[in-house]
Design a protein around this ligand. Sequence first.
Ligand code: UDX
Length: 432
Amino acid sequence: MKIAVIGCGYVGLVTGACLANDGHHVVCIDNQKEKIDILLNNKIPIYEPGLEDIISNNLINGKLSFELNIDNAASNAEVIFIAVGTPTDEETGNADLTQIYNCTRELAGVLKENALVIVKSTVPVGTCDEIENILNEKNKHQNFKVLSNPEFLREGNAIYDFENPDRIIIGSDEDNIRDVVKEIYKGRKNEQKIVFTSRRSSELIKYASNSMLAMRIIFINEIADLCERVGADITDVAKGIGLDKRIGPYFLEPGPGFGGSCFPKDARALIESGKKYGAPQTLLESVIKGNESRKKNLSKKISEILDIPSENKIGVLGVTFKAETDDMREAPSLSILPDLTNIGLNISVYDPAGMEEATKLIKNVKWVENSYEVANDASCIIILTDWQEFKDLDLNKIKNAMKRPLIYDFRNIYNPDNMKKLGFEYYSVGRG
Ligand code: UDX
């Protein structure tokens, strides 16, 4: 099939690359020249494990190409995916649909007869209707269809998630597109898990999924806080509740609060939709408030138990919103690091993938090359993400490098008993 993907971000690039890998002819389009130049040079503008190889192989075999303009690229496509960003509109809290409507207007001029326009971006209910209206203005006599097909890829695991989806949601009011959709997604491990719904249900499924996951995280974080006060252990509590089939074991890891490009933005947008349609999402309002105050209070949590003189040096491991990504959007580090630098602490920071982006956002810290440099002469190390390389550290070497062997681990990556045996003062989340 001839496929065009508009938007070369985390979602668009993974979608385009994986579909090319399946044998489709894919052109990925982005209006940022810098991005296209990087991609044409056989590099990728983001960190996503496995993606660079897939892109490189498919560039070489001619299945994948990159373009700056929609006109040429999309005019030949039978299927066009829209995968541009829908960030939070800072003024309203709603999803900002500027990029969606801009690319739809461009697309309107070049749409091929019988084209399928598939909206992968996360968009509020009714957006596909509006896209269809815009396309209709210029394509009245043409046959085309607009579908909703939200993405559920986790950054850092996106290739795996694309190949092994829990489900593929297709929102369309047309029955006769089913075979085409099956053809697009052929070869997926869970091919049978294609669920057809109305467009509006499909649009809402994405927001409801992310918001429910966000809710679980804030819930387990608050239970972890209680564990600390009452001397219980969150690992056992999470295991105990997760064994109930109705609850399940996933997304019950406490931490510094959720961030990233999806959870905060999607929960906010769902709250706004609730207000607009008179169906208040009060639970989600608390989720957002609780998460924001959690991130704001991270430095307070540290100073509650530690008395670190301001002239001391401390180290931070991990600055992105989670491990296995370079994405800094809504990362807890953006709250904690400015607070700590304001106290006047001398801070060294290391992150395996996020430093290029982080240096633009976090000032007055020293960026170093590895975890052992972070430990050098430090009176405390704060762990903000759970990269495997942090789990694999030579802790004796870390301890010997530190001035005071104290670790505050916001991801519970080490065993408290082991840490005690090794001679660390060790604080983690919800473990007494
Ligand atoms: C999420 C959804 O999982 C994915 O389906 C959607 O399409 C995009 O948004 P992503 O933002 O990449 O993916 O990250 P995810 O792994 O879901 O984690 C989101 C946040 O929750 C991170 O800040 C993470 O650290 C936090 N988290 C996750 C926890 O604190 N505890 C957990 O148990 C799980």
